[in-house]
Design a protein around this ligand. Structure first.
Ligand code: ZN
Length: 410
């Protein structure tokens, strides 16, 4: 394991801040009148038992809509925060929800508009859709049941006659497809459908392979930071860097085998700073700094990890929830946990991976944590890691997404 030094600094990338989440940099969590500004966060909560997504206003816990779908969903917001994808793998469908929160960039400021959330008529079908990945303005939904990937842009969802492009990538498997310009980085299954995935390769939008398969055994998990994608493998990570001009992306495998027991299978990407945060086995996380001779910094956790998230605005902050009910503040620049507090009762990671356990979402100056056993959302202050209030939620609150930020209003 590598050790952390306080002087260690991550590479600061010049990344254009885009989308709703970046607007949280100046966020307060209460509405304010200064220069006609407004801050608004809305939570979307997937039920663990029923096909329901509930929209809830963070500020006062008000009901902002209940959307009936077919089964308990995995929730992924679009990069802009305007749309939410409710993936229902076993039901073979992905529902789309308009979050009602939108930002319009006016150069020196952004305008926020808040309207009703709505279940949209557009659904994306398939046999068993799973991973949703957005890159270069394209959203890719991988269908584990067919090996096909469906591609569309966020704007297509409102157009009449939604007609996404579908590209076959190979045999059915639990896979992924990451859009990078005119190309896709896709997972490559083993010949034996029972065997783990073998690697990644680049295809074009006709489905034709560009170059060789790069080894990435058991590939699972991906994130994007400053135009680079990272993917988790059983023996390391693979980085996909955009090619120059019209060239396809370049794939590079970096081994993690000398870091000890564990591997990366879930990743988050820094928004305003280029780095990745991954799991490393069940009871550690790893900060990945690109371009460094020593890119991996493994940080052990006191118990197994339940969920984790990066703060899109306070770029050095990551929040990690562990099975003992503790929430940890990780300073990714220092590579150290700087604060911990008990926020829920323990939720053991023994049992099925899909058992109802807390999930967290970052909403301005708060972290919203679902507590399924208590039927609550716990609203935690980022400054103190203390609970400020709870929001009762019907059913069994489970997956959670926060959208919103601050903007001007005309
Ligand atoms: Zn997966």
């Amino acid at each position: 394991m590598t050790h952390t030094t306080p002087t260690r600094s991550l590479l600061w990338a010049t990344v254009a801040l885009t989308g709703a989440l970046s607007s949280t940099a100046v966020a307060q969590d209460h509405n304010y009148d200064e220069e006609a500004g407004l801050t608004h966060y809305r939570l979307f909560v997937g039920d663990h038992a029923d096909g329901v997504v509930r929209a809830i206003e963070l500020e006062d816990g008000a009901d902002a809509g209940t959307f009936k779908i077919e089964q308990t969903p995995a929730l992924t917001p679009s990069d802009s925060g305007r749309r939410l994808f409710a993936v229902q793998g076993e039901a073979g469908t992905v529902a789309t929800i308009a979050t009602g929160i939108a930002f319009e960039d006016h150069g020196d400021h952004a305008d926020i508009s808040v309207t009703d959330a709505a279940l949209l008529p557009v659904t994306i079908g398939g046999i068993k859709p799973a991973h949703v990945i957005e890159g270069s303005g394209t959203i890719a939904i991988f269908d584990d049941g067919s090996g096909d990937v469906t591609l569309f842009s966020e704007g297509d969802l409102t157009a009449d006659g939604f007609d996404p492009m579908t590209i076959p990538t190979g045999a059915a498997h639990h896979g992924l497809a990451a859009p990078m310009g005119d190309y896709l980085v896709v997972s490559v299954p083993a010949e034996d459908p029972e065997a783990p995935r073998v690697g990644l390769r680049v295809i074009d939008t006709a489905g034709d392979a560009m170059g060789e398969v790069v080894d990435c055994p058991g590939v699972h998990g991906q994130a994007q930071s400053a135009r680079v994608f990272a993917f988790g493998c059983q023996d390391g990570i693979v980085l996909a860097t955009p090619g120059t001009g019209a060239e396809p992306p370049v794939l590079e495998h970096i081994s993690t085998t000398d870091l000890g027991e564990g591997n990366v299978s879930t990743l988050k990407g820094g928004k305003a700073m280029q780095f990745f945060l991954g799991n490393f086995g069940s009871d550690a996380v790893v900060v990945i700094e690109l371009g460094s001779d020593d890119p991996f910094n493994v940080i052990p956790l006191p118990t197994r990890r339940v969920d984790f998230a990066l703060d899109p605005a306070k770029v050095q902050n990551a929040y990690i929830l562990t099975e003992d009910g503790q929430l940890h503040l990780l300073d990714v620049l220092k590579g150290e946990i700087t604060q911990s507090a008990r926020v829920t009762a323990p939720y053991s990671m023994d049992g099925h991976w899909r058992d109802a356990r807390p999930r967290l979402a970052v909403a301005g100056n708060h972290i919203a944590i679902t507590d399924p056993n208590e039927g609550l959302i716990r609203v935690i202050s980022i400054a103190t890691l203390k609970e400020e209030r709870t929001i009762p939620v019907e059913g069994t609150p489970y997956t959670i997404v926060a959208v919103g930020g601050s903007g001007a209003t005309d």
